[in-house]
Write a new protein. Structure first.
Lengths: 367, 149, 164
């Protein structure tokens, strides 16, 4: 009787896949069960940290937008805050308010985009199309304030480039009312939908110790019970003056992560309303020359992006070009450390659900 | 009763022009302005464009955004797997000139060194109205007899 | 709480700590490379259980790399920054993969982009680049504009034209 060898099939979750963004992973499967997953990022690598050393600060603010395609405002905010911290600049109050209004609107946009993409990969096309339509409201607000739909190029060292008008304030209030109504619709249509709950509950579960060891931050960590939010623990800009809650859940599975993000949209709507009601008058930026140079020194600035903890480390040597810029992306740990860990032992059909419930940004990983 | 006369399709270009299927490949940041086209705001399905998951069913390859050296090999592989007649659309400034990353060591500067390109829609990223103008231009060119490769 | 951590470290590692600075919620240490692993291990036992990242800066004039570790303690809500200087020729430190699992991917990225060796890391294969034959690209002696002009652009006195 001849010897038979058992070999396992290697299936690519390839770069060209409707559910993967531009991210490649090789899965070793036994029937329908995934035994091991090996990620291969790098299809979107541009070498941002090297490119930033060749450009002056206004050019870097434009370039920093493209770090995370789905959530550009925190990237700009992090860079300008890190540079201002080296020089000890005091940004005028109205400029700070404008920055955080746009950042929180960007957080709502990122979470709605996430609902759309998650529904698409689960096969729930109706919710996908409705989410894409709701995105347009916030993108039109972006265009009204900054001129750019997706890439605003709005902040600069010392404040914001342009002021916001009264028309923008009125349109934002209307859009926030509309989005609050849509949230109750999403509750009924998506989050309490029996099929959605069955596909997401008890899938991709993490305990709190595992999550901390793997380096999770953002809603992924808060869904396991740890309340770490940089806006409350190391407050920056105007966050000490607004009131909001940090959303945590206990279960640690994909459904808990989804609910964390859904309630965060409601909190962001409330933050923007508080800021619009208390908007101060006055200057919105400091007048600095384009070739302004920070003094010698370095600084480390952390902020809470939609995906998690994003940190900027800037070293300056006294010239208009930064000496070194290091960016800590939140998605590096999501898609390269947590995703292979959570997928072991699950079915192939659950792989896209686990991947998008962690909310990775493929451009954020590669930079 | 009114007599119904059927519309006669006169050329193969007319048959191809309004049924161009695009492959579902989220290349890079230029793709963000194709998402409203997938949704019901701008809706590309009324132009006959569907997103298909496999290259073997696709007619057009939309390269939206910059192309890195690592992705360039895969793009060539996917292009070879598509069946003739096929068309290629480049979206954004990055595929054809290098764009904002002109001095990056990891991106290629002209994608038509690897595959031939039929239409280039400029912008960073181009607005959805620009993309619609480009799609209609391409469909009219196909109707007028543009042969794919 | 920060003063407790400071005095604890100063008593356990008297000759390795070159500088200790503390602010409102941050403590910054400059250490010698010999006892780096022990200091990081001691910080983990004190409660710094979240590993943010490890980054490198290339000080080519001093012929040194500076490695910077960023840690966070969930219980006390304090951030710790540990800096160490290693020589530029044959840079190597011990990996902290066994203390924090999430550290492995950051060390792999620094290995690929700077050429620093982390002894004990189970996987240091290339992450972002494929078939890369030059020196590690984030070092200061790699000029990315010169590389791109030679590889992709034609020779021209006025302005570069793309080849092809």
């Amino acid at each position: 009787m001849e010897e038979r060898e058992i070999a396992f099939l290697t299936v690519p979750f390839g770069p060209q896949h409707p559910a993967s963004g531009h991210f490649h992973a090789l899965m070793k499967v036994d029937g329908e069960t995934v035994l091991e997953l090996e990620p291969h990022p790098g299809y979107l690598h541009r070498g941002f940290e090297k490119l930033m050393e060749y450009r002056i600060h206004p050019q870097n603010c434009v370039l920093a937008d493209r770090l995370d395609i789905l959530d550009p405002f925190p990237c700009e905010l992090g860079y300008v805050n890190a540079v201002e911290k080296i020089a000890g600049l005091e940004v005028p109050k109205r400029g700070r308010y404008i920055r955080i209004i746009m950042t929180e609107l960007g957080r709502i946009l990122s979470h709605i985009t996430w609902i759309g993409v998650l529904s698409m990969v689960l096969g729930f096309d109706s919710a996908n199309k409705i989410a894409w339509g709701d995105r347009e409201k916030i993108i039109r607000l972006n265009e009204m304030a900054t001129g750019g739909r997706i890439y605003p190029c709005y902040l600069c060292v010392g404040g914001a480039r342009r002021d916001i008008s009264q028309e923008f304030v009125d349109e934002t209030s209307k859009a926030l009312d509309y989005l609050e109504g849509q949230l109750s619709f999403y509750d009924y249509f998506v989050f309490k939908n029996e099929t959605f709950v069955m596909r997401m509950e008890k899938v991709g579960r993490m305990t709190a110790e595992e999550a901390i060891d793997l380096g999770a931050t953002g809603p992924n960590l808060r869904a396991c019970g740890i309340d770490y939010d940089v806006r409350k623990d190391e407050p920056y800009e105007v966050y000490p003056e607004v009131e909001f809650n940090v959303i945590t859940r206990e279960e640690g599975d994909a459904y808990a992560r989804s609910l964390c993000r859904r309630y965060e949209i409601a909190e962001s709507i409330s933050i923007v309303r508080q800021l619009l009601n208390n908007l101060p008058d006055g200057a919105f930026r400091m007048e600095l020359s384009p070739v302004w140079a920070a003094p010698e020194g370095e600084s480390y600035f952390c902020l809470e992006a939609a995906r998690g903890e994003k940190c900027f480390h800037v070293v300056s040597d006294g010239s208009p070009f930064p000496y070194r810029v290091k960016i800590r992306p939140p998605s590096l740990s999501h898609s390269l450390v947590q995703f292979p860990y959570l997928v072991k032992g699950s079915a192939i059909a659950d792989v896209p659900a686990i991947y998008w419930s962690l909310d990775p940004g493929p451009a954020d990983v590669d930079r | 009763m009114k007599k119904l006369t059927p519309k006669v399709i006169k050329s193969k270009g007319e048959a191809r022009a309004w049924s161009v299927w695009a492959i579902n490949y989220f290349t890079a940041c230029g793709f963000m302005e194709l998402l409203p086209w997938v949704g019901s705001g701008y809706d590309m399905e009324r132009f006959g464009i569907l997103a298909v998951p496999t290259p073997r069913h696709a007619d057009v390859f939309i390269i939206a955004g910059y192309v890195t050296r690592k992705a360039a090999k895969r793009i060539k592989m996917i292009y070879d797997q598509m069946a003739s007649p096929k068309y290629v659309l480049a979206l954004g400034s990055c595929p054809m000139t290098g764009g904002m990353y002109w001095d990056s060591y990891a991106t290629i500067k002209r994608v038509d060194e690897i595959i031939p390109v039929d239409l280039w829609i400029e912008g960073c990223p181009p607005k959805p109205e620009n993309i619609g103008h480009g799609i209609v231009m391409a469909a009219n060119a196909i109707k007028g007899g543009l042969e794919g490769h | 709480m920060i003063s407790n951590i400071e005095s604890d470290l100063k008593s356990k590692f008297p000759d390795s700590l070159l500088n200790v600075a503390s602010e409102d919620k941050r403590i910054t240490l400059l250490v010698k490379k010999e006892e780096l692993y022990q200091i990081l291990s001691q910080l983990k036992d004190t409660g710094f259980n979240h590993f943010s990242d490890v980054s490198a800066v290339d000080y080519i004039a001093d012929k040194e790399f500076e490695l910077i570790y960023h840690l966070w303690s969930h219980r006390e809500k304090i951030r710790a920054i540990v800096k160490v200087r290693i020589p530029r020729e044959a840079p190597a430190v011990k990996s902290v993969f066994d203390l924090w699992t999430g550290a492995q991917i950051h060390e792999r990225e620094d290995h690929e982009l700077f050429g620093i060796d982390f002894e004990g890391n189970p996987n240091l294969s290339p992450l972002f680049l494929e078939d890369w034959e030059e020196i590690p690209p984030f070092r200061k002696d790699f000029d990315t504009r010169k590389y791109v002009k030679e590889k992709y652009y034609q020779e021209d006195e006025q302005y570069p034209i793309v080849k092809g």
